[in-house]
Design a protein around this ligand. Structure first.
Ligand code: ADP
Length: 169
């Protein structure tokens, strides 16, 4: 969009369709942060064409984790998950785009790295289920719950990337 020789990048384009605006929570877990993999994780999502709408480093509380992993409370490994997830900072992010929840689970790979395909984050960077470097929401309901648990509304930015019209039909 050229206006008097100046490139104007629209913040919100008129053709933004809600179905292109699905959002998911991704978190680089403490092992991923310690191993300096934050950039690798972000790179996978950027090169795929998703849009980053929220990002922060947090030292997670047990209270937040109890809500985040509400389905795991009765699992024998739950105490070790709590220890692991509070052992250091986590980098939480929200990614947006068409079918981002499903695509993200595919990018991240199977929960158990031994079953995660090469090319996935877990398949490329981890070996043990208890240290699988990254979290990703696994359904639209869970994504909505997790995003509101980890982020304030004011921490998420509505914007449109300049390649939006090229990437979407
Ligand atoms: P995902 O993270 O793929 O959605 P789950 O929600 O089932 O998987 O489990 C949450 C996290 O708990 C996993 O990512 C993993 O870090 C940990 N976890 C799952 N199963 C085990 C296990 N058998 N032993 C230790 N940690 C586990």
């Amino acid at each position: 969009l050229l206006n008097s020789g100046k490139l104007i990048i629209p913040r919100v384009s008129p053709n933004t369709n809600r179905s292109f605006s699905e959002r998911t929570l991704v978190a680089v877990k403490p092992d991923g942060v310690q191993r300096r993999l934050i950039g690798q994780v972000i790179e996978r999502f950027e090169r795929r064409g998703f849009r980053l709408v929220g990002l922060k480093m947090v030292q997670v509380s047990e209270e937040l984790l109890a809500q985040h992993y509400v389905n795991l409370h009765k699992k024998p490994f739950y105490p070790s998950v709590l220890r692991y997830m509070t052992s250091g900072p986590v980098v939480a992010m929200v990614w947006e785009g068409h079918n981002v929840i499903k695509s993200t689970r595919t990018l991240v790979g199977h929960t158990n790295p031994a079953e995660a395909a090469p090319g996935t984050l877990r398949g490329d960077f981890s070996v043990h289920v208890g240290r699988n470097i990254v979290h990703a929401s696994d359904s639209p309901e869970v994504a909505q719950k997790e995003i509101s648990l980890w982020f304030q509304r004011s921490e998420l930015i509505d914007w449109v990337c300049c390649d939006h019209a090229i990437m979407y039909d």
